[in-house]
Write a protein that binds this ligand. Structure first.
Ligand code: URA
Length: 408
């Protein structure tokens, strides 16, 4: 009985492979309903899973679709994934840099989860950009330009796709076993040989403590070992938003600024340099110094930016039509001082209330809304200075400035 499986997990007992397989596949074929799956997900969230259960769930996710194999095209395929954060547009920057350095990038990204944004939503803010490439198109594009940024194909871990959407709206996103199996199943099914995971920690991330991040890292490495994949993890801060833009089209614009060498947030810039050089080291088997040199060359000679434009064009996007809302409100500094803290979570919540993220599964994203930080952490401000610009289209509740900024 289905309810027995839910009860078993509610009591913190270990589910067998057969039980996990039956329950999750039942959800995929419609015999298990949203409310039953939500209940099991919540029990997992609260009681956790053993490693064996996580390995079983990862296998069920992988087996729900195809496993891609690009080994005839790419030796040493490297993939990167972020657990998600507020303003995290690193994939849009790193992908073109790495591809411009000659390491092929095939990245299948996801949508926003909780208050954190998703690369696919960001890419879809570019009018015409196709995030649903078929396997044949992916192969052709890799041969032609060496980079693909697309959504999970319908056949790739389809189970994760439906569970991910349900987790987003049932308060079950921040479970370490669920995150580990979700990410690793997609990376393995996507054909990666080497995987770099950027684990975000802080109030604007799915995980709030370093201890949780370390546990996720351990679990993902353990899954990688079973499938003979090299997994490297980086733990990075997400108490403050990454970069100055939050919201889909705004983040694409910021990514383009970074690729064009315009001034940006040093946290975002440094993380992009670190992650892309790590991917180049893994992809080309070169040392760190050589990889970093290649990254700077690709940026400084404009090759990374050119690669981004090539990518957008190849996937049908028209970057000249990227728009942000022209309705704006401003957050002004209430006093003189230094910005000691900008609260990522408060801004994530604000961006979702503007329509940049989803509250329910069916919600449509408003790509043009979001927040642009005019001042970043550490900057001095005078009373009345514009701290942030809010791009909106519908009424929203303005949060208290004190919830977002600590100015001292
Ligand atoms: N990213 C994913 O792909 N899955 C998760 O569960 C969390 C972040």
């Amino acid at each position: 009985m289905i309810v027995d499986i839910i009860n078993k997990k509610r009591l913190g007992k270990e589910l067998s492979y057969r039980e996990i397989d039956k329950f999750f596949n039942g959800y995929l074929d419609g015999s298990i309903k949203d409310y039953q799956m939500s209940s099991l997900l919540m029990a997992i969230c609260i009681n956790g899973m053993t490693d064996e259960e996580v390995f079983a769930l990862t296998k069920v996710f992988i087996d729900s679709g195809d496993v891609l194999d690009f080994s005839h095209l790419i030796t040493n395929m490297v993939d990167k994934h972020s657990t998600g954060g507020i303003g995290d547009k690193t994939t849009l920057i790193i992908g073109p840099i790495v591809a411009a350095c000659g390491v092929p990038v095939v990245k299948m990204s996801g949508r926003g989860l909780g208050y954190t944004g998703g690369t696919i939503d960001k890419l879809e803010s570019i009018p015409g950009y196709n995030t649903k490439l078929t396997e044949e198109k992916i192969i052709k594009q890799i041969k032609d330009i060496g980079i693909v940024l697309t959504g999970q194909t319908g056949d790739l871990a389809p189970m994760d796709k439906v569970i991910y959407a349900l987790r987003d709206v049932t308060g079950t996103v921040s479970s370490i076993p669920l995150i580990a199996s979700s990410i690793m199943s997609k990376k393995i099914a996507g054909g990666a040989d080497k995987i770099i995971i950027d684990i975000k920690v802080g109030n604007g991330a799915l995980l709030n403590t370093k201890k949780d991040a370390k546990e996720l890292s351990r679990l993902m490495k353990a899954i990688g070992k079973i499938y003979q994949k090299e997994v490297i993890t980086v733990i990075s801060d997400m108490n403050t938003p990454l970069g100055y833009a939050i919201g889909n089209a705004l983040e694409v614009k910021e990514a383009m600024d970074v690729l064009r060498g315009r001034e940006t947030d040093s946290n975002l810039y440094d993380l992009c340099i670190a992650l892309s050089s790590q991917m180049i080291q893994m992809g080309k088997n070169v040392d760190e110094k050589t990889a970093i040199k290649e990254v700077f060359e690709a940026l400084n000679k404009g090759r990374a930016y050119e690669k981004f434009l090539e990518l957008v064009k190849a996937q049908g996007g028209d970057i000249s039509k990227l728009t942000v809302s022209d309705k704006k409100k401003y957050i002004k500094a209430p006093k003189n001082g230094t910005i000691n803290k900008i609260n990522a979570l408060a801004l994530g919540k604000l961006s979702v209330s503007l329509g940049a993220g989803r509250v329910s599964k069916e919600d449509k994203i408003d790509f043009g809304v979001g927040i642009k930080l005019n001042k970043l952490e550490g900057e001095e401000v005078k009373k009345g200075d514009t701290l942030a610009t809010i791009y909106y289209n519908k009424d929203f509740e303005m949060p208290s400035i004190d919830d977002i900024y600590t100015i001292e």
